[in-house]
Design a protein around this ligand. Structure first.
Ligand code: GLU
Length: 309
């Protein structure tokens, strides 16, 4: 049965590149509470589209850890690796509308020829007018130009406030189908959020910079735009983002109530100190009654609690 249109649908979309760590738990807790606080539904999607980064068994380990912590999802989780046809159909739709082109450039060529903006390399448009003689296409890019679409994207983020990004100037033509044959995250996430009826995306602020690209793709594909809220990213003792790459500590040995309280504290919800000694379900009941997105600190990153990094 499909849900009434006003009902919220949130989601948590971990990449199974390692065990769940505190940084991803923040996104899981924030997205679940924000969906449920208004009687909405909450889904889990395993983002294993990036096969080279996927770690065998990490998907099941993440789901087990979520279960241990008392999360309940409303539909069977989906795996991006099983949804390639949906992504290819969206890519074909964009290509049929002349919004894409084949690109022969290697990363090296792009890095050497494009000025850096914000640490990233803007694609200089080398193959936009056609492939150079003798070269073959390695990847497919989206044509981002003001002549074809409104490339200045504005959105009101539920935590970070008003965001504006000119995708043409700050990002340029971006890859949809990678040189290794994998569909790019930006396209897969847009297709999945729409296919799953997601109405609100709550995730880490490290993805804030991807959101304008995703909104642009939604518009080009005629898909609805969900609301967005980007939570502070958790930093380790060195000031680096907690991630599987920086070997963030797995959290599966910490007592569930203590861990959930630490997450609520990180998200500005100020749970009472005694709550961490109560049952896991008591923590969830408290969180459901007290959750407010407006209390989440309006900042891109914060130190993680010492026990979690
Ligand atoms: N799969 C991404 C990650 O684990 C999250 C993507 C998203 O929420 O849009 O960081």
């Amino acid at each position: 049965m499909s849900s009434p249109p006003h009902r919220r649908v949130g989601r948590f979309a971990p990449s199974p590149t390692g065990p769940l760590h505190f940084g991803s738990l923040v996104a899981a807790v924030g997205s679940a509470l924000e969906a449920r606080c208004d009687g909405g539904r909450w889904l889990v999607r395993i983002e294993d589209i990036d096969l080279p980064r996927t770690q065998s068994g990490a998907d099941r380990a993440i789901l087990r850890e979520l279960e241990r912590l008392g999360f309940v999802w409303d539909e069977q989780p989906v795996w991006q690796s099983e949804r390639a046809e949906l992504y290819r159909a969206a890519l074909n739709q964009l290509s049929a509308a002349d919004r894409t082109y084949g690109c022969a450039c290697s990363r090296r060529e792009i890095a050497d020829s494009a000025p850096a903006t914000g640490g990233a390399h803007r694609y200089p448009g080398t193959c936009r007018g056609g492939l150079p003689p003798g070269r073959v296409a390695r990847s497919t890019r989206l044509r981002v130009d003001a002549g074809q679409a409104d490339v200045v994207i504005h959105f009101a983020d539920g935590v970070q406030g008003e965001i504006v990004q000119n995708v043409e100037c700050e990002i340029g033509d971006f890859v949809l189908d990678r040189a290794d044959g994998q569909i790019a995250y930006q396209l897969a996430v847009v297709v999945d959020d729409a296919a799953q009826g997601v109405t609100q995306v709550v995730r880490g602020a490290d993805l804030l910079d991807s959101t304008a690209r995703q909104i642009l793709l939604q518009r080009m594909l005629g898909l609805p735009t969900p609301s967005y809220a980007h939570l502070p990213v958790a930093l380790d003792g060195n000031g680096d983002k907690l991630s599987k790459q920086t070997l963030a500590r797995p959290i599966d040995t910490l007592p569930a109530a203590q861990l959930l309280c630490a997450t609520l504290e990180f998200l500005g919800q100020a749970p009472p100190a005694a709550l961490q000694h109560e049952s896991q379900s008591a923590v969830w009941a408290w969180a459901a009654r007290h959750w407010s997105l407006s209390r989440v600190p309006c900042i891109r990153a914060l130190p993680a609690p010492v026990l979690c990094c």
